[in-house]
Design a protein around this ligand. Sequence first.
Ligand SMILES: Nc1ncnc2c1ncn2[C@@H]1O[C@H](COP(=O)(O)OP(=O)(O)OP(=O)(O)O)[C@@H](O)[C@H]1O
Length: 756
Amino acid sequence: IWSTLWPLRFHLAKLRRFRTALELYSPAGSNLDVLILSASRCIVLLFLVCVAAGQSRQRSAEHKSLGALLAKATSVCGQLLLLAKCIAIAVLAEGNLWPSSQYNIGIFYMFLPTVIGIVTSITEYFAAPATIEGLQQQHVSIDSEQQEPLLSKPDGGSSIAVDADAPDTAMTLAKLSAYDTPLLLVAFAAGAVAALTAALIPFYTGQIIDYASIEPDVAAFKTVTLKLLAVAFLCAVFTGMRGGLFTVGMNRLNVRIRTRLFQSLLRQEIGFFDVTKSGDITSRLSADTTTVADQVCLNLNVFLRSMTQAAVVLYFMFVASWRLTTISFVLVPVIIVISKLYGAYYRKLAKKVQTELAEANSVAEEVITSMPTVKAHAAELSASASYAARLAKFFSLQMTESLAYSLYMTISTFLPNVTTAVILFYGGNLVLEGSMSAGSLVSFMLYQQSLSNAFQTCSSVFSALSAAVGAADKVIELMHRQPKIQPSGALIPANFEGRLQLENVCFSYPGRKDVQVLNGLSMTIQPGEVVALVGPSGGGKSSIVKLLERYYLPSSGSVLIDGRDAGVYHSRWLRRKIALVSQEPVLYARSIRRNICYGLEAEDGVPADQQPSAEDVEVAAKLANAHEFISMMPDGYDSDCGERGISLSGGQKQRIAIARALVRQPQVLLADEATSALDAESERRVQEALDQLMQSHTVLIIAHRLSTIQAADRIVVVNKGKVEEEGSHDDLMEGDGLYSTLVLTGRECSLLRLPA
Ligand SMILES: Nc1ncnc2c1ncn2[C@@H]1O[C@H](COP(=O)(O)OP(=O)(O)OP(=O)(O)O)[C@@H](O)[C@H]1O
């Protein structure tokens, strides 16, 4: 706090010098020697201000919260200041309020932002202590006069597998934003008007000073003050309009990106989700999309605004005085060169600091992971010493880093102020010669400040914009990712028999390519047949069902439906013909009716005549043995299932899932028999439902209960990714193969249940 407030003393002294200099320009007190003396003192004081500011920056980086608030404070009071400025100048120039000296007006006027800034920051600090950190990290509001770069969220080391030929991010973003072209054009026009009106403010300010003090003219003074107020009002309105419209555009882009990304995710094959962490996907969908929309839009907005502002201000500066404008740019190349050199040096240093920290961490890790050895050999002291030695190196590098930063801040703050002093000196001479009015000089100084702000913002925003576009890469790549399995063919055959075939299928999961799950497996399920898949756990039974569902493609061999490759069929149609009942059904937080009709609603693009009626839902529920318990619920079919079906028991969920499959009126059912967490009564009811299905459908069931297995027409024993044996229960029991062993021992395969 001290180092933030301390420079203000110098700031005050600087302003006093400035005032002295101004007084000397007045016709009564012209004295070149005193002017030069005053200007040189001013330079010395400026240097001290810069040193202090460098220190303060460094400190506020350590104490981020207050530093951030103080930094933000000046921006918050921008519009307020504008109004205060007009009123203060108007009142003071009339001589009604202390201080009455015309030059004190200038001081009051320049000191006001700092005072308001401090008051605002203190208020914010006490008003919202919890959000202080957030204030610094959060994106800045559209209207804020931000100076700090808006760095995009760093990528958290994603493991999302995307295609190598990535689309052009900037182009895609431009295309996605093109939908809002009219909106953005209006926003841009509003921004241009705001910049123009903002540029008129220093112009009128200069005129007010001239009419109030140098060439007193009360009528003109009042008129110009009114003009200033009008311009300030217009500037505020158009700034608000620009900010509002850009925010709307930003939000629309955000929604558009999220929707496209989500649609792309829905197109992806299941294998993609096997190899991608769900945390990565959700972070793409939430944090990254917001980064893209917010950062890109916000930075683009601020960049365009600053460019317009710079262009307009530059024009006004040239009109005011081309000589002074040229002088303003004399030191620019020096500043650029220093920034570049420092940037390169700082990056190198930062890398070294990181490496040294990593070394220190590895020493600590080594000790922590081998604590018993350290203790056993009483090596605590040497362990502590080696860690301390690493930290000492790290600290000394950090000290160099701090010094370099401090020096850079000092120079980079000092140089612009030298420019100010030079302009003041040269401009003062012009005023003394009578070729420029004092008011015009003040106007020019304000323009110069505004221009340097615009340039500073432009440069920081430009680098942030590149970083944001970089962050967008990942989102755009994922948005354009081509699924490895094409979701749908086009074929809807007139006749569908429901013959399922796997021919010499080899298969391994994308997440574990080295493990061959199916090894040249072949089997056929004839229409109307009930086939039970049995075998030891991990043998590959579920994988067969997943291949038939086309969640994955086989590495070799083919999966055929009615003699054709499963991929040629229209997927929506096929999912109605071949329905799936999984072992652990997933229900959604919606009514039971909607859960049963899942995927068959109007939102799913199903024509009205193909959507299940209330009667169809009831019939399916009855077949699934679910109607009874549903009817007993307070809201019947409209009862809510709760998040992931939390308000229902395992058996009830299972039966709803069976109803969900049956409402599609499928010809083939792929079922994974429920084995876990069902009480005897639930199990019996689920079993009854399955038995009923097996009488009227082609069924491939992964069976665990002997009763189900015995009810099947054929039993296929799958082991180690191959069909080990097949036949009826009696046939298989006659031999001494795996099946008979499993049944007789009931131990090797824990899931195969023996009859009571
Ligand atoms: N998504 C996956 N990614 C990688 N490996 C998998 C995946 N799913 C299953 N596996 C592996 O594939 C092998 C076969 O699994 P599968 O689920 O087909 O066996 P199963 O016979 O159905 O077993 P269970 O009777 O226990 O359900 C197992 O070794 C399993 O670990």
